[in-house]
Structure formats: structure tokens, C-alpha cells
Ligand binder design. Structure first.
Ligand code: NAD
Length: 505
């Protein structure tokens, strides 16, 4: 429990349409730009999570039977409310996560697009129909809701990632229990309250804040039929194994280490501009960030590094509340120390630190978790800074001789979330997109994040499960297929007993 006298509020839970305190266990939520905490978050007990699951179970039968068009109308109304409250939501994101306001608005906009997609539910749930699969026999598949579903989300997109999950889940007729990140919980809670205002009945969406105790309760409770997770790979792997062991459907999206390839024929200035945003935007705390650039040939490497140095020298680091800053602080003090330790490790391992952001100071924000942009040259595959996800403003240049060598590096890496190639060579781009072992691929697009009507997911140890997040895959994830074969016998079609398996002749 945080007894700090500066703490003036506690973020609770939303259960059955009401805010529930449950403050027996709490932890502070920090403003990363100041290093101060004025808010606590309640950490739900097993009993509180069970209360949320019970509320979702109670709400399910009526919500399942609510016509999809009426469910979709709630999503349309929510979209409007999210737009009207965008400034308030973005301010909460910036205060707890640290990212620059414009970036917080960008994340919210991508979240709203998922709400918009969920408002097409009646179209998406139409199913498949075949008439006369046999004489006077019709067959169809429908997609039925699962029941209570749950989502566990990471700190880095506190508004968007929850919106990847629950709008589609509830639009498909399920009820939902969301467990947001305890590091920046407020925006997800506010959005859930707006969903109530939009007409979502109490209990259809519940929010429990908390830690492992809350997550384990969701994983073990037999009333929860499916779990969506987004976070780091060790936890994703745990969620997948535990959830599957307990008979649930699970999709668990994990960490990343995305490589960008710069070919010798690329438009270097365009590539470098794109790489700046991809490497340092949101302080590198994005699962689609580009922390590694593989340059083809030493000449390309030298040009890219020189141009990056110039761009980095122009960057402004400071509080996210000031939109003229390019980069805010890292999310917590622990994460700040961890990222700094990676930079130290890179130096110790022999990579060349071309730009060192460790000394950055922001006047008036001396307690904030600010780290400047760091740039390494000569990063090698065996190094810790090559292998591990740093999740900070640290970009490493890996020098390769040719495209094959670069692609082998990517394919050999444990993660396979995103990647991209900068080139003017259509043949090389086509070969790359066709063969690379990664789930989301860009050509001259540094952050190939699929739009809401496609689906999002990596390969290898960046995703455990079969279906990707949001978009068409979410319709499949949050529904069960049922196939019905129907015949209405009439005098004209009565047949004798059949002992052999019917075939369509
Ligand atoms: P995290 O794994 O620490 O936490 C994610 C969620 O899991 C949180 O809600 C947290 O409370 C819960 N959790 C943490 N430890 C747990 C435990 N031992 N048992 C049960 N639950 C636990 O991740 P994070 O630091 O919040 O987020 C950053 C990570 O998320 C990065 O690795 C990033 O790549 C990844 N990420 C991936 C994607 C993707 O789409 N693949 C998107 C965003 C973030």
C-alpha cells in the first residue's frame, strides 16, 4: 500500500456497471515525466475478479440474444463518445505512460478504428449458407458467441490494445473481463465507462485492475472461455500454456525485435526519416518499433549512420504534454534503469556507441525517466543488445553484405513480429515479402501495422496461438462455428433407411 501523502485518488474496478474500490492492496501509478505519483491503482483480489466474472456470466444470455445490429449501434455510439472525449483520454495516456500527446491521440485513433470495425458486426457474423447440399437438404454455418471472455493488456498502448479486444468480443455477443496494465490503468477504465454511456448493459464489459493474482484467477476460472493477451514473450508463453491447460481458447501476443533492411539502392533520406520515427517514436516502447537496421554494404551503413546522427541531433526530448517534443520519458524508473543497463552492456560487448543519450537532462523535470536517443554501430548477432527486446530509444546498425545474409539474420531471430525493407528494387522487395519468416512486413513502410479490417500478429515467439488480433481473425477467435444440416421430409422425398455414408452423386 502506498501511503504517500501526495496520493489523492485510487483507480478502482468497473464491475456490473459500478466502480468498485477493493483497496486492500494498491500500488502507485507514476507520472514518468515527473517521477511523482498522485494516483494509486487497486490490485484486485481473487474474490473481486470472481465477482467480475460472475457479472459477465449473468449478463451473457441477454447480450447473446441481443440482435447484432443493436450491439453494433452501441459501438457506433461509442465511436462518437471516444472522439468527443479524445483530449481527456489522450491526457490520461500521457500522464501515466509518458508518450507525447500527439502520439497518444494517434494510438486512440487506431483504437477507435477497431470500434468502427466492430460496428460492422451484423455483416461480419452473417455466416455461410448452402442450399440443396442433398435433396431438399440445406446446410449452414453460424458463428456463436463463446460466453465470458477476457483480455490482459500491456502498458505501451493502454487505450489501443484493450480496444483491439473487447469491442469485437462484445460485438460478437460475448461478455468480457479486461485486466489492463497496472502501470497506466486510467484510460482503459474511462473508455469502459464511456461504453456504458453508449448503451452497453452493465456486466457486458467489466474491468479489473491488478497483477498476477487477477490474471491467474482469469486463467483458472472455468467460466472464462477465451483469453486474449498482449505483452512480453515470457508472460505470453505462460498465459498460453496455463490457459490451454485449463481448456480455454488463447491468443497470446508477445515481444519483438524488428529489423529493417536498407538496400544500397534505397532512397536513404526517406529511409532515415522513416527509421527515426520507427526507432525513437514513443521512446521505442512499441512492439512494432524498429530497434535494428540491417544495412547492405558498408557504403550504405556509413550513409545511414551519418544521416541518423544529423536527425538525432535535432530531436527534442521532454514531457509528453508538450507536443513540440519528439520523445517523452520511459514508463517507469525500473524500465529506465533496465534500458540504460542495455546500453552499458552494448558498450561492454564491443558495439560502437555512436550517439549516447544516457546523459540527457530535461530542465524542470530532473526526476523524470528521460533517456536520449542512442545509436550503435557494429551490432553483432551474438550480442545481448541484438538478441533481446530492449523496448527503449536504442537503435543498432548491423552491417550485412547482401540481402540473403540480412534475411537469414531475421529468420534466425527468435521473434517474428514485424520487419521492413527500404529499396527501389521491386524484385528484391517481392522476394523479401514472399520468403521472410515474419508476420507483418513493410516495403518502404517502417511500421507495417495492419489496419483494423486486417488482423495483427507476429510469427515465431511473437505470438502463441493460431489467430491474430482484431480484424477478421477476431470474429473467428471470439466465436464458435456451428454447422447445421437440415431436411424437412415431404411425401415426395421420403427415402428408405440408408446404411452407407451419403455422397453427393
Ligand atoms: P508484461 O508482459 O510485463 O505485462 C503484460 C500484462 O501481463 C500486464 O497486464 C501485466 O499485469 C500482466 N503480467 C505481468 N507479469 C505477469 C505474471 N507474472 N503473471 C501474470 N500476468 C502478468 O508486458 P508490458 O511490459 O506491460 O508490455 C511490454 C511488452 O508487450 C513488450 O514485450 C512488447 O513487445 C509487448 N507488446 C506486444 C505487442 C504485440 O502485439 N505483439 C503489442 C504491444 C506490446
Amino acid at each position: 500500500m502506498n501511503n504517500d501523502k501526495n496520493v489523492t485518488s485510487t483507480v478502482g474496478h468497473l464491475i456490473d456497471g459500478k466502480i468498485v474500490a477493493d483497496t486492500a492492496r494498491t500500488q502507485p501509478v507514476f507520472n514518468p515525466a515527473t517521477g511523482q505519483s498522485t494516483t494509486n491503482v487497486a490490485l484486485a483480489s481473487k474474490a473481486t475478479v470472481e465477482e467480475a466474472i460472475a457479472s459477465a456470466e449473468k449478463a451473457f444470455p441477454a447480450w447473446r440474444n441481443t440482435p447484432p445490429l443493436k450491439r453494433a449501434r452501441v459501438m457506433s455510439k461509442l465511436k462518437v463518445l471516444l472522439e468527443e472525449n479524445a483530449d481527456k483520454i489522450a491526457a490520461l495516456i500521457t500522464a501515466e505512460h509518458g508518450k507525447v500527446l500527439a502520439d497518444a491521440h494517434g494510438e486512440l485513433q487506431r483504437g477507435i478504428e477497431n470500434v468502427e470495425y466492430a460496428s460492422y458486426a451484423p455483416e461480419l457474423l452473417k455466416g455461410e449458407h448452402s442450399r440443396n447440399v442433398g435433396p431438399n437438404i440445406d446446410s449452414w454455418s453460424e458463428f456463436q458467441a463463446l460466453g465470458v471472455t477476457a483480455g490482459i493488456t500491456p502498458f505501451n498502448f493502454p487505450a489501443m490494445v484493450p480496444l483491439w479486444m473487447w469491442p469485437m468480443a462484445v460485438a460478437c455477443g460475448n461478455t468480457f473481463v479486461l485486466k489492463p496494465s497496472e502501470r497506466d490503468p486510467s484510460s482503459a477504465l474511462l473508455i469502459a465507462q464511456l461504453a456504458l454511456e453508449a448503451g452497453l448493459p452493465p456486466g457486458v464489459l467489466n474491468v479489473v485492475n491488478g497483477d498476477k493474482e487477477a490474471v491467474d484467477t482469469l486463467l483458472q476460472d472455468p467460466r472464462v472461455k477465451a483469453v486474449s493477451f498482449v505483452g512480453s514473450t515470457p508472460i505470453a508463453e505462460y498465459i498460453y500454456a496455463e490457459g490451454c491447460k485449463n481448456g480455454k481458447r488463447v491468443q497470446a501476443l508477445g515481444g519483438a525485435k524488428n529489423h529493417a533492411i536498407v538496400m544500397p539502392d534505397a532512397d536513404i533520406s526517406n529511409a532515415v526519416t522513416a527509421l527515426m520515427g520507427a526507432a525513437y517514436g514513443s521512446c521505442g516502447e512499441r512492439c512494432m518499433a524498429v530497434p535494428l537496421v540491417v544495412t547492405i554494404g558498408d557504403d550504405t551503413a556509413d550513409k545511414v549512420i551519418e544521416a541518423l546522427k544529423v536527425e538525432i541531433s535535432k530531436m527534442k526530448v521532454g514531457p509528453g504534454t508538450d507536443n513540440s517534443n519528439d520523445m517523452g520519458p520511459l514508463v517507469t524508473k525500473q524500465h529506465f534503469e533496465k534500458v540504460k543497463a542495455y546500453v552499458d552492456a552494448g558498450v561492454a560487448e564491443g558495439a560502437k556507441l555512436v550517439v549516447d543519450g544516457r546523459g540527457v537532462k530535461v530542465a524542470g523535470h530532473e526526476e523524470g525517466y528521460f533517456l536520449g536517443a542512442c545509436l550503435f554501430d557494429d551490432v553483432k548477432p551474438g550480442m545481448k543488445i541484438y538478441q533481446e527486446e530492449i523496448f527503449g530509444p536504442v537503435l543498432g546498425v548491423v552491417r550485412a553484405k547482401n540481402l540473403q545474409e540480412a534475411m537469414k539474420l531475421i529468420d534466425d531471430h527468435e521473434y517474428g513480429n514485424g520487419t521492413c525493407i527500404f529499396t527501389r528494387d521491386g524484385e528484391a522487395a517481392r522476394y523479401f515479402t514472399d520468403h521472410i519468416q515474419v508476420g507483418m512486413v513493410g516495403v518502404n513502410v517502417p511500421l507495417p501495422v495492419p489496419v483494423a479490417y486486417h488482423s495483427f500478429g507476429g510469427w515465431k515467439r511473437s505470438l502463441f496461438g493460431d489467430l491474430h488480433a482484431y480484424g477478421p481473425d477476431a470474429v473467428r477467435f471470439y466465436t464458435k462455428r456451428k454447422t447445421i444440416t437440415q431436411r424437412w421430409p415431404s411425401a415426395g422425398v421420403r427415402e428408405g433407411t440408408m446404411f452407407s455414408f451419403p455422397s453427393s452423386r
